[in-house]
Design a protein around this ligand. Structure first.
Ligand SMILES: Nc1ncnc2c1ncn2[C@@H]1O[C@H](COP(=O)(O)OP(=O)(O)O)[C@@H](O)[C@H]1O
Ligand SMILES: [Mg+2]
Length: 468
């Protein structure tokens, strides 16, 4: 029964509200009850004291018997009570049988009360059955005080029915109000619980869909609370998963394509040789092609491995301060053969003192990837400039060539995985991963890379690495 959050909220809130309202109503009703009887007691006592005064006046012959009677009648009327004044000798109480009481005032509880009254105490009974009136009464008794001491008791009886009637009416009002309160709060609680639980339910359903691979709309939560944040994170997670999945399938498609093409041509040439279609005189030519293709496959495999390492975050940098000139000399030396083959001249502009804070192996790889491109995509007899400057908090590298250039549509894409402007096999062999690897390594160094290029004029690749 309490399985859903909605029910849990509803039941908990309702239980709290109902008990609070019930306890409050009970308290109000009890306090009012007490108050009404307290007022009645005060009223009767006050009337009693007034009667006492009148009796004393009669004794001193300040008023007549008749005047007394009229006053008593009106007192009784106002306080809705019947009033008795008993003159009793205290000693008479010791022999109850000899107690002379008004004939028709034979109330069983009176004897003990009279004893207290004659001792000077006040007596009050909230709910007393009276034999004389044959009904429940409110009873108040006070001592009859005269100059010579206590000479009797003044007793007042008031029917309880009217008080109880009023109290019942009030209690009814209190409980009706409580009921209305409970209904209103239940409604508010119901709506509130639904408001809180609905988005949770939506997230739960969306998560279920996601798990089973079904497409689902983005969650829309209009509030600004934690649940809305959860929904936002959930949407984000969903998009991340989708883009990871897209990247994964694209990656597999690219890799398998890039591997199958060289493998197919290797297979073709080897089969041709085995079947005797290729003449032994041509073997060298075809074996050279096969070798080039295996070199390309090896490069592709190592690039993919490198990329996978970077993406899994398992690459650790060993950053130290290095002299840039030394690093560049070694990188340029390793690409010298290719430049000489194409008669490309390289100009290096780098002060001896310029330093860089980097992982030396990774920086070499970045530079090789960029300079390799500059050589590859520059016609024979072109030129390359490598310029390194130390700025306030960064070291800036610029590699410029007089090559074929990149069109404005391709320029933003060259750092993407497997992106190659010329996809044909006739273009200088590459994997389309070189710049992506360079960019990832630069970002690991908290640096940035960008390119400026014009078709037919040349390309400039610029990257910055922050100083320590
Ligand atoms: N210096 C450059 N001049 C012209 N085009 C370039 C240059 N550097 C990169 N490119 C273009 O960007 C693409 C991506 O470069 P890269 O990631 O190194 O892959 P590739 O393996 O093809 O060299 C290249 O295929 C090429 O089209
Ligand atoms: Mg490259």
């Amino acid at each position: 029964m309490f399985k859903s959050i909605f029910r849990k909220l509803l039941v908990t809130y309702l239980a709290i509200i109902i008990s609070v309202i019930a306890v409050l109503s009970l308290l109000i009703s009890m306090v009012y009850n007490w108050y009404v009887f307290d007022q009645k007691q005060k009223e009767l006592e006050k009337a009693g004291y007034y009667v006492n005064e009148l009796l004393n006046k009669l004794e001193n012959e300040e008023i007549s018997q008749k005047e007394l009677k009229t006053s008593l009648d009106s007192m009784g009327y106002i306080s809705d009570s019947t009033i008795y004044a008993l003159r009793i000798d205290k000693k008479a109480l010791q022999y109850p049988k000899s107690l002379q009481m008004d004939e028709d005032l034979q109330e069983s509880y009176l004897l003990s009360d009279l004893q207290k009254i004659l001792d000077g105490e006040k007596v009050f009974r909230k709910k007393q059955y009276s034999e004389k009136f044959d009904m429940y009464v409110v009873f108040s008794g006070i001592p009859w005080k005269t100059n010579s001491g206590i000479s009797g008791a003044i007793l007042l009886f008031s029917p309880i029915s009217q008080i109880n009637g009023n109290l019942a009416k009030l209690n009814l009002i209190i409980w009706i109000m409580a009921f209305i309160f409970i209904i209103i709060s239940a409604l508010v609680i119901y709506l509130n619980s639904q408001r809180i639980s609905k988005p949770i339910k939506q997230i739960e359903m969306a998560a279920g869909k996601l798990a089973s691979g079904e497409p689902s709309e983005d969650l829309v939560v209009s509030t600004k609370d934690e649940i809305a944040k959860l929904a936002k994170s959930f949407n984000y997670m969903k998009h991340q998963l989708a883009s990871t999945e897209k990247m994964r399938s694209e990656f597999i498609a690219s890799v398998s394509h890039d591997m199958r093409t060289p493998l197919t041509s290797i297979n073709g040439f080897v089969s041709g040789m085995l079947d005797g279609i290729v003449q032994p005189a041509d073997y060298k030519k075809y074996l050279t092609i096969i070798k080039d293709e295996t070199v390309r496959l090896t490069k592709l495999t190592s690039d993919i491995l490198q990329l996978a390492k970077i993406q899994s975050g398992s690459i650790k940098l060993f950053r130290e301060k290095h002299l840039v000139k030394d690093i560049l000399d070694s990188v340029i030396n390793s690409t010298r053969v290719f430049m000489n083959n194409k008669s490309i001249g390289l100009t290096l502009e780098c002060d001896h003192a310029v330093t860089v804070y980097a992982d030396i192996d990774k920086l070499k790889q970045i530079l090789i990837n960029i300079i390799d491109n500059a050589v590859k995509y520059t016609e024979n007899g072109g030129a390359i400039w490598v310029e390194v400057t130390s700025k306030s908090t960064i070291t800036e590298f610029r590699i410029r060539d007089t090559g074929i250039g990149i069109s404005p549509e391709d320029l933003p894409l060259i750092f993407e995985k497997f992106y190659r402007v010329d996809k044909s096999r006739s273009s200088p062999g590459g994997t389309g991963l070189g710049l992506n690897i360079a960019k990832s390594l630069i970002e690991l160094h908290e640096g940035k890379i960008w390119a400026v290029s014009e078709v037919g004029t040349g390309t400039e690749i610029i990257f910055e690495l922050p100083e320590k």
